[in-house]
Design a protein around this ligand. Sequence first.
Ligand code: FMN
Ligand code: EPS
Length: 410
Amino acid sequence: MIGAMLHWMTAGESHGEALTAVVDGVPAGVEITSEDIREALARRRLGHGRGARQSFERDELRILGGIRHGRTIGSPVSLQIGNSEWPRWSTVMSADPVEAEALLVDAGTGDERELARNRPLTRPRPGHADLPGMLKYDLPEARPVLERASARETAARVALGAVAEALLAQVAGIRLVSHVVRVGTVALPEDVAAPQPQDTARLDADPVRCTDPATSAAMVSLIDEARKAGDTLGGVVEVVATGVPVGLGSHVQADRRLDARLAGALMSIQAVKGVEVGDGFAQAQLRGSAAHDEILSVRSGGVSRASNRAGGVEGGISNGSPVRVRAAFKPISTVPRALRTVDMATGEEATGLHQRSDTCAVVPGAVIAQAMTALVLADALTDKTGGDSVVQARSSLVSYLDRVAERTRW
Ligand SMILES: Cc1cc2nc3c(=O)[nH]c(=O)nc-3n(C[C@H](O)[C@H](O)[C@H](O)COP(=O)(O)O)c2cc1C
Ligand SMILES: C=C(O[C@@H]1CC(C(=O)O)=C[C@@H](OP(=O)(O)O)[C@H]1O)C(=O)O
């Protein structure tokens, strides 16, 4: 994974017994409870446009290591997110071999869907990992591919993101917020101010995590229309991090550039196909005289800028302005009005497999993008401060910022 100080990884399948997540390198003394992580997991489940699965499946969090009495202890933080639906999938997803006949029974429910989940999935969906995954891993059907490609894995990332957010807040006072700026053709008007971290509860309460009520209503209608038409939608999310000190990341090496690390992390989210730092794409149309953030004053460590088009990063280094990034999600690839494909069992023309799906996953996408941004910033922060404990990391940051202030006292 891109990063230097924090190493993290997830494992587990979409319909497996549990996801697991481990992050190593978290300093001791970060205050975090299972309630904080549960809150983040619940936030990822919000949003208009999700399929039925969100309504019945539950994330069952357990903290297995690295936290004691509500504080990290410096050892790897190990989290497990059990899937409440596991009993219904324990045969299909059994780790040990099962009799072929076991896959042909419907677990006694008489439910046609029970049988459907056991059938080999041989009609790969255009846009999903099905076909390249089957060919790469030499698999006769898509189940083993889609189980891991599925964005259920992002529950594990969001849980890790909660740990990263606690670290950021407690070492440096950095806070994050995420919101939806586009669903399909409906975009948040450019003159609407970006939300602040203290707006999180209000955004949680909005069905599409949008800061403007009129735009939110139009987004909801568009999602409903798409669902009725048997179609799906994508969109764009934005994450803003405030309180980021100048000096995270570096210009000196490609893989240390903060913008590159943010872009890689956001692009790693399922269905993200575009990333923007600050005004990224819009800046390409401007002249230099209109594109940059003029420096109005630098005094005692405080920098005043005329704007923040750069999104808080210059030369791969945070510049003290809020970090602002966007990610573009393509429309969900399991389109109910299924697309043309080939049945990999016969070579015949077919339509893509479809059992159920989300219509639009941009709302959880915003929460996931926030978690990824937090992980990158926490990595860059601990890289800058070092320190095995929050107290050490904080005092290293304070002494560095004192020096910055000293250098800029005129
Ligand atoms: C929160 C979330 C939910 C998603 N739900 C679905 C879904 O229900 N059906 C689907 O086909 N893809 C869904 N996706 C997208 C796929 O996971 C993704 O397109 C697939 O793994 C292929 O990867 P790629 O799009 O990054 O190339 C979802 C993505 C996210 C972030
Ligand atoms: C389970 C989650 O998202 C899933 C992500 C996903 C995909 O293909 O990415 C497909 C859907 O699952 P299924 O195809 O089994 O209905 C989503 O529900 C989740 O986010 O918790």
